[in-house]
Design a protein around this ligand. Structure first.
Ligand code: CO
Length: 134
């Protein structure tokens, strides 16, 4: 079912500081910040040869990462995104196996313009999983 890791998303309390740290300390290639108001985050991508890391900062009043940062004020890993080639098939087999899909269970258009679903972190050992159709 799972393809490649599409991205790993880290929630950070201060995006500018995180960008500076990744650039200056890790020598990373980091994109310019992008506001995604419909997703409640501002984001940059740390571009790597095999995948990308997203640094996410809350944007707006009801950001989906606000509660996470309230619990983890220094920031932390928010989710990992795996690619799937059949998101509805993946969902149906997960649900048949007793897994829980967040929201109403239908894929939404994610931050990269492709259909995504999120799986309940309690079903996967504490890690929020995003599935992205490729
Ligand atoms: Co994501």
């Amino acid at each position: 079912m799972l393809g490649r890791v599409n991205h790993i998303a880290l929630a950070v309390p201060d995006l500018a500081e995180a960008v500076e740290r990744y650039r200056s300390v890790l020598g990373a290639s980091v994109t310019e910040p992008e506001a995604l108001p419909e997703h409640g985050v501002s984001v940059v991508f740390v571009t790597l040869s095999n995948t990308k890391v997203e640094l996410l900062e809350p944007l707006g009043a009801d950001s989906p990462i606000a509660a996470f940062l309230a619990k983890n004020p220094a920031g932390g890993m928010h989710h990992i995104c795996y690619e799937v080639d059949d998101i509805l098939g993946a969902r149906d087999s997960l649900v048949a196996a007793g897994g829980r899909v967040l929201g109403d269970g239908s894929p939404k258009i994610g931050a990269h313009g492709k259909p995504v679903l999120f799986l309940h972190p309690k079903d996967f050992f504490g890690t929020l999983i995003e599935l992205e159709q490729v």
